[in-house]
Write a protein that binds this ligand. Structure first.
Ligand code: NAP
Length: 487
């Protein structure tokens, strides 16, 4: 039975705000193609208000002892884990992802990140330096200030926690602009986090359309840092919009990640990995293994088995226990179908290519798992990020050709290598130009590992202990302690 649509407002300075224009954005349930909620269609007024509120929040949060900040972040982690089912339900309704993914996100991704950075909040420290003359020289580490976070629709808390948790741990205030497609969990999260002890204004969420609110947000002079996750095209636009403000920034952008299978792999594991890499969350994962590179000597056997497995992939809504849910919007489905159409002219379609026939799936935005074989590396489907369940398979003869194909891309987000040869694994890990290399598995759940991206996949450090540095400044202090000076 359908639910009545929810009405959620923006969360600014610890309170709900309906927005000055009165206009609302419709948020859909992609598994059913029906209205799930409305949120305010915000603009300049709301951004100004949220940034002003964040400056007030910043003063209070900076004055909070780091040990107390740590306790608040830990409380956020614990509360999110206690309320995981409620947040996971909201997330799956808004994204179409499986309930399993939702619970994992709340407990082990977002909850875990807040735990992790809670532990770092009271361990931020500078260094002392040996300098000429008689001086005591050291660095003070200070928060960047008011930070703006722009989050995509695929996993708002999954992605959002990656920048929000270290930003808060470092003592910054945060204003978030979630995607108009999936703002619900971040709105409820901001309320929950404030109840956990964040002073008003430390965490604000404004809703609006990227096409209208986005530029005003990214270019707002009140921000000291901009932390963006989304497509490369939007990231470039945001860098232009914010260039005049000299802000700190981290850009987590798109990918077209190679998943490389050598003849000396454990084939069963590599097949499972290849399916997960592209079809989990219907390929709507930035690090999805969307380019499968298979050694020619095993190509035919591998692709035949892969196609058989792809045809068995379960497709369904959040409660179906399916690997593949819907894609996020009807527009995104059309966009992916357009890529599939262009792929038909460039390569061999070996499975999928349309909407699954199941009558139960006709209202939602579902697609079949789709595989193209013999894809030239210059083909559009091999070069552009599709962000859907579409895999390109290309073969290679030897390791040198595998490296050449893997790196012949504009992107450098992630990669995987399947081999039982340890020396080859190390050589490939060094040769691939990507921020992540998985060996004999796909996707890492280790948020404790620091990483960055290559090429058009962005810049800055995400995850792990080093990410906190993106939210801190180095202030150099030198105190004269004697008569001898620099000369
Ligand atoms: P997107 O179209 O680039 O949008 C990302 C965010 O930017 C959304 O909140 C969007 O708002 C906003 N936005 C759009 N135009 C803007 C503008 N002119 N100024 C400021 N903000 C603007 O990306 P998406 O389709 O939501 O997400 C998919 C993309 O994100 C893929 O490319 C994927 O690879 C990438 N991604 C990367 C990572 C990573 O860690 N590297 C992780 C996840 C996703 P609206 O939605 O309201 O328009």
């Amino acid at each position: 039975m359908s639910q009545a649509p929810m009405t959620l407002d923006m969360f600014i300075h610890g309170e709900w705000h309906a927005g000055s224009s009165g206009d609302r954005i419709e948020v859909m349930n992609p598994a059913k193609g029906e209205l799930l909620a409305t949120v305010p269609d915000g603009g300049q007024d709301e951004i100004d208000r949220a940034v002003e509120s964040a400056h007030e929040g910043l003063a209070a949060w900076r004055a909070t002892h780091p040990r107390q900040r740590s306790k608040v972040l830990y409380q956020i982690a614990t509360t999110l884990q206690e309320r995981a089912e409620e947040f996971a339900t909201l997330y799956t309704l808004n994204s179409g992802s499986s309930m399993w993914t939702g619970l994992w996100t709340m407990n082990d991704v977002a909850g875990r990140r807040f735990e992790y950075y809670a532990g770092m909040a009271d361990k931020i420290r500078g260094d002392t330096f040996v300098t000429p003359g008689e001086y005591l020289s050291y660095t003070l580490r200070e928060p960047v200030g008011v930070t703006g976070h722009i989050i995509p629709w695929n996993g708002p808390l999954w992605i959002g926690s990656r920048t929000i948790a270290p930003a808060l741990a470092a003592g910054n205030a945060v204003v978030i602009k979630p995607s108009k497609e999936a703002p619900l969990t971040l709105l409820k999260f901001a309320e929950m986090a404030t109840e956990c002890g964040l002073p008003p204004g430390v965490l604000n969420v404004v809703t609006g359309r990227g096409s209208t609110m986005g530029d005003r947000f990214a270019g707002h002079p009140g921000f000291d840092g901009i932390y963006f996750t989304g497509s490369t095209a939007t990231g470039r636009r945001i860098m232009e919009q914010s260039a005049g403000n000299e802000v700190h920034s981290v850009m987590e952008l798109g990918g077209k990640s190679p998943n490389i299978v050598f003849e000396d792999c454990d084939m069963e594991s590599a097949l499972d990995g290849a399916i997960m890499a592209i079809f989990a969350n219907s390929g709507q994962i930035c690090v999805a293994g969307s380019r499968l590179l298979v050694q020619e000597s095993i190509h035919d056997e591998f692709v035949e088995k892969l196609v058989a497995r792809a045809r068995d992939v379960k497709i369904g809504g959040p409660d179906a226990g399916a690997l593949m849910g819907p894609v996020i919007t009807a527009r995104q489905k059309e966009r992916i179908l357009d890529y599939i159409e262009s792929g038909r002219a460039e390569a061999e379609l070996v499975t999928g290519g349309g909407t699954p026939p199941d009558p139960e799936l006709q209202d939602g935005y579902f697609l079949e798992p789709t595989i193209f074989d013999r894809v030239p590396n210059g083909a559009r489907i091999a070069r552009e990020e599709i962000f859907g369940p579409v895999l390109s398979v290309t073969s290679f003869v030897d390791q040198d050709e595998a490296v050449m194909l893997a790196n012949d891309t504009d992107y450098g987000l992630a990669s995987a290598v399947w081999t039982e040869n340890l020396m080859r694994a190390h050589q490939m890990a060094e040769a691939i130009e990507a921020g992540q290399v998985y060996v004999n598995h796909y996707y890492t759940a280790a948020f404790e590992i620091s990483r960055s991206s290559y090429k058009a996949s962005g810049h800055g450090i995400s995850e792990g202990p080093d990410a906190i540095n993106e939210y801190l400044t180095h202030k150099a202090v030198s105190i004269k302690t004697g008569e001898s000076s620099w000369e």
